[in-house]
Design a protein around this ligand. Structure first.
Ligand SMILES: *[C@@H]1O[C@H](CO)[C@@H](O)[C@H](O)[C@H]1NC(C)=O
Ligand SMILES: *[C@@H]1O[C@H](CO)[C@@H](O)[C@H](O)[C@H]1NC(C)=O
Length: 510
C-alpha cells in the first residue's frame, strides 16, 4: 500500500518532465514554420510510420505582421492575442492537425510565447494575423484583452526600459527583451489569461509546451501559471497525464541566470549540447570523438531527466541564441548527420530533431544578414506548401532533415534501443568511437580512416547498416555487417565517406 502510494506520488511529481510519447516512440521533430495542413499530412504519411513521437509546432496564436517588405520568421514571436490564426493556418486547421496527429500516435507540442507581446515600436492598427486591433504605444491588446495595467515597466529600473546588463538577473526578468512589451506575470489576471490560452490548447489535444524566453520570466511566475493547467485530454492521453514542459533557457555557463533555477518547472533546453558536440565533430580546440566517452552530465550538462537536447534549433542555426560557429546545421550535411546520428544513438536527454527551410546566407563581418528570412512564401506572403518529391525529399525549399534516411533510421534506432544502457564503448583515442545500447543496437563513428574489428555485444548474424541503406523486406539496400558467434564484427569506413558511420540494430537483422 505504502509502496503503491510512493509510486503514484513519484508519477505525479515527474509528470511535467514526461513527454507523454506513445507506443515506444522516443523523439520529436520541430517542423519550423510548417502549415498545419502539411503537418497533419506528414503525421499520417511519414512521422507515424517512421516512429516519430511528436512535433514541435511554431506559435499558433495571433501575431503582428512585420513587412520589411518580406515577412520574417520572428514575427511569430510577437503575439497580438491568443486567437489561433497565423501564417500556419486557421483554428479549424489547427484542431484538425492535432486530432489527426493524435489519432496516429504523434503528439503536438506548442511553442508558447507568454513572456511578452509585440515590440514596443509595433505601432497600432490591425496588421495582425487574425486582423485584431492593437496599439503597442498605449499597450492595448483588446482581443485578449490586455491594457497598460498588464505591463509593469516600473519594476525594470533601467533608463531605456530594456535589458541593458545580462549580468543583472533582475533586468533579464523585469525589463524588455529586444523591445518586446514585457507582460506583468506577477499579476493574477495575466496568469489567468495565459492559463486560459494554454488550457484551450490542452483541451484541443496538445501534449505539452515549449516555453519561449523562459530565462526572461521568474521561475516562480512560470510555476504559478503551470499550477493552473489542466490534465491532458483523455481522448488520447491517460487520465491524470500532465502537459510536458520544456523551457527555453540559454545557459552556456557563467551567466547571472542558471538553468537549474528552472528544474522544478519542467525540462530545459540544454544549449551546451549542440555547442559542444559541434566543437567535437568539427575538431575545434583539439576536441576528439573519443572525448565523448563521458558525454552527458560528465560534460557539465544538466541532469539527464531535465534535459531537452538538440544539435541545432531555429535560433542558433542562423547565428541567434547560443553556440556561434560551432553549431552544426543542414548546411554542413556530412557533419550534421554525424551529430544527429550520435545524439539519437546516445541515451542522454529527451531528443528533438530539427526540420528547417533553406535560405540564402549572406555573411557580412561574420554575421548572416539574411538571418531574418521567413519561410518559403508566395508573393502575397502566405507560406508555401511542403511538397514531396518522388525520392521522398521535400520541395519548395523545405529541407526536411527528418526525412534524410540517416536521420529517419536513427530515430527508429533510438526507439529499438529505448531503455538499454550504453555498453561496449570503444575508441581509438582519436576520432573513432563505437558503442552499443545493451544487446539491441550498435553504432560506430569515424572522423578519420578506419578498419577495425570490434566486440559489439550483439547476437551473431548478418545485419543491415541503416545509415548507408536499410532493410527492405528480406534484403539490405546498404552495407551488410556480419556479427560473429563471439559478437565481433569488422567495420571499414573511409575518411572521405559522406556518411562516416554505421549503425545496426535488432530490427535490421537479416
Ligand atoms: C510592479 O512590480 C513591482 C515590483 O515587483 C511591484 O512592487 C508593484 O506592485 C508592481 N505594480 C503593479 C501595478 O502590479
Ligand atoms: C551588471 O550587473 C551586475 C550584477 O548586478 C553588476 O555587478 C555590474 O556592475 C553591472 N554592470 C554594469 C555595467 O552596470
Amino acid at each position: 500500500m505504502k509502496l503503491l502510494l510512493l509510486f503514484v506520488l513519484a508519477g505525479l511529481s515527474s509528470a511535467q518532465y514526461n513527454p507523454n510519447l506513445r507506443s515506444g516512440r522516443t523523439s520529436m521533430v520541430h517542423l519550423f514554420e510548417w502549415r498545419w495542413v502539411d503537418i497533419a499530412a506528414e503525421c499520417e504519411r511519414y512521422l507515424a510510420p517512421n516512429g516519430y513521437g511528436g512535433v514541435q509546432v511554431s506559435p499558433p496564436n495571433e501575431n503582428i505582421i512585420v513587412s520589411n517588405p518580406y515577412r520574417p520568421w520572428y514575427e511569430r514571436y510577437q503575439p497580438i492575442s491568443y486567437k489561433l490564426c497565423t501564417r500556419s493556418g486557421s483554428e479549424q486547421q489547427f484542431r484538425d492537425m492535432v486530432t489527426r496527429c493524435n489519432n496516429v500516435g504523434v503528439n503536438i507540442y506548442v511553442d508558447a510565447v507568454i513572456n511578452h507581446m509585440c515590440g514596443s515600436g509595433g505601432g497600432s492598427g490591425t496588421q495582425s494575423t487574425c486582423g485584431s486591433s492593437y496599439n503597442a504605444g498605449t499597450k492595448d491588446f483588446p482581443a485578449v484583452p490586455y491594457s497598460n495595467l498588464d505591463f509593469n515597466d516600473s519594476k525594470c529600473g533601467t533608463a531605456s526600459g530594456e535589458i541593458e546588463n545580462y549580468s543583472d538577473a533582475n533586468q533579464v526578468r523585469n525589463c524588455r527583451l529586444v523591445g518586446l512589451l514585457d507582460l506583468a506575470l506577477e499579476k493574477d489576471y495575466v496568469r489567468g489569461k495565459i492559463a486560459d490560452f494554454l488550457n484551450n490548447l490542452i483541451s484541443i489535444g496538445v501534449a505539452g509546451f515549449r516555453l519561449d524566453a523562459s530565462k526572461h520570466m521568474w521561475p516562480g511566475d512560470i510555476q504559478a501559471i503551470l499550477s493552473r493547467l489542466n490534465n491532458l485530454n483523455t481522448q488520447w492521453f491517460a487520465s491524470g497525464a500532465r502537459p510536458f514542459i520544456f523551457q527555453e533557457v540559454i545557459d552556456l555557463g557563467g551567466e547571472a541566470i542558471s538553468a537549474s533555477e528552472y528544474y522544478g518547472n519542467g525540462r530545459i533546453t540544454e544549449f551546451k549540447y549542440g555547442a559542444k558536440l559541434g566543437n567535437v565533430i568539427r575538431k575545434l580546440g583539439g576536441e576528439r570523438l573519443s572525448y565523448l566517452r563521458n558525454w552527458g552530465e560528465g560534460w557539465g550538462f544538466m541532469p539527464n531527466d531535465r534535459a531537452l537536447v538538440f544539435v541545432d534549433n531555429h535560433d542558433n542555426q542562423r547565428g541567434h541564441g547560443a553556440g556561434g560557429a560551432s553549431i552544426l546545421t543542414f548546411f554542413d550535411s556530412r557533419f550534421y548527420k554525424i551529430g544527429v546520428g550520435f545524439m539519437l544513438a546516445h541515451p542522454y536527454g529527451q531528443t528533438r530533431v530539427m526540420s528547417s527551410y533553406r535560405w540564402t546566407r549572406n555573411f557580412v563581418n561574420g554575421k548572416d544578414v539574411n538571418d531574418w528570412i521567413g519561410p518559403p512564401s508566395n508573393s502575397d506572403g502566405s507560406t508555401k506548401a511542403v511538397t514531396i518529391n518522388a525520392d521522398s525529399s521535400c520541395g519548395n525549399d523545405w529541407v526536411c532533415e527528418h526525412r534524410w534516411r540517416q536521420i529517419k533510421n536513427m530515430v527508429i534506432f533510438r526507439n529499438v534501443v529505448n531503455g538499454q544502457a550504453l555498453a561496449n564503448w570503444w575508441d581509438n583515442g582519436g576520432n573513432q568511437i563505437a558503442f552499443s545500447r545493451g544487446n539491441k543496437g550498435y553504432i560506430i563513428f569515424n572522423n578519420d580512416n578506419m578498419d577495425v574489428t570490434l566486440s559489439t555485444g550483439l547476437p551473431a548474424g548478418t545485419y543491415c547498416d541503416v545509415i548507408s541503406g536499410q532493410k527492405e523486406g528480406t534484403r539490405c539496400t546498404g552495407t551488410q555487417i556480419t556479427v560473429s558467434s563471439t559478437g565481433s564484427a569488422r567495420f571499414v569506413i573511409s575518411s572521405s565517406a559522406e556518411d562516416p558511420f554505421i549503425a545496426i540494430h535488432e530490427s535490421a537483422k537479416l
